[in-house]
Design a protein around this ligand. Structure first.
Ligand SMILES: *[C@@H]1O[C@H](CO)[C@@H](O)[C@H](O)[C@H]1NC(C)=O
Length: 254
């Protein structure tokens, strides 16, 4: 199962942001926090938070793609059972709102290369693109395809199990990311607009959209594990690219 969705953006942020602990030139200023600083963690957290809004256009030097909107070619969320069982495949997504991320908490164990982080978002996270959906809602078969707008209001995303190991290249030590676990722990609302959800019948499509929006919590519970897994994969890919570019001692100077 290889799926992707919206909240992943946060993670990208996190990872990208951590990378920026390296002294960045050009337009992005990042004060490197020293590990010997007794207030290191607070310093690092502040710097990460400060750099997030600056990443809208990405940072090619570290292979960091534009963050807001974030382009995602595909995100597949497969789900096979339950009252709402839908295989949702999203294509050509633009994800808006990621740069409004707020780093609520951060833990960092540099010696063991472990980290946890929690993000909330000041703005809704909106996924605009194309979708295909197959499955059923209650007893009604779904086979839809068209433009979509999936908006998450007040999401909280937690990265619970960021783990790396050290690899050496050219006499430099780099962080190799081993795992990233993502949990979407809160949301105040999920707003869906899936055009043409019941092909050829606009009235049924509209009614289904109303139903899904009224039952968004049920829908999200069903799709959540696949969504979290997919986003974690994407996040890990993006972060790994950045971490391959910057030696550990530049990210975390003594
Ligand atoms: C997507 O849906 C949200 C929530 O309904 C809405 O606020 C936003 O304007 C929509 N965006 C687009 C591009 O249609």
């Amino acid at each position: 199962m290889y799926s992707r969705i919206s909240q992943l953006v946060c993670f990208v942020l996190l990872v990208g942001v951590s990378v920026f602990a390296a002294p960045a030139k050009k337009n992005i200023q990042f004060k490197a926090c020293r590990r010997s600083d007794p207030l290191f963690l607070q310093c690092f957290k502040n710097e990460l938070q400060a750099v997030i809004p600056l990443l809208n256009d990405g940072y090619p030097k570290y292979r960091l793609p534009p963050l807001d909107p974030f382009d995602l070619p595909a995100l597949d969320i497969a789900k096979g059972s339950g009252a709402v069982s839908v295989d949702l495949s999203l294509q050509k997504l633009k994800i808006y709102g990621l740069s409004s991320a707020r780093l609520e908490s951060l833990s960092l164990d540099i010696d063991n290369l472990k980290s946890n982080a929690k993000f909330t978002f000041a703005k809704p996270i909106t996924l605009i693109g194309q979708y295909t959906a197959k499955g059923k809602v209650q007893v009604l078969p779904i086979n839809g395809k068209g433009p979509c707008n999936i908006t998450m209001v007040d999401p909280t995303l937690e990265l619970t199990n960021i783990e790396g190991s050290l690899v050496e290249r050219n006499n430099q030590k780099y962080i190799d990311l081993k795992s990233v676990t993502l949990k979407a722990t809160k949301m105040s609302k999920l707003v869906l607009k899936l055009d043409n959800l019941f092909q050829g019948n606009k009235e049924v499509s509209d009614n289904l959209n109303v139903f899904l929006n009224e039952n968004w919590e049920l829908l999200f519970e069903e799709l959540r594990p696949a969504f979290e897994e997919a986003v974690a994969v994407i996040l890990k890919e993006v972060a790994s690219k950045v971490l391959q570019k910057i030696p550990k001692d530049e990210i975390f100077p003594q």
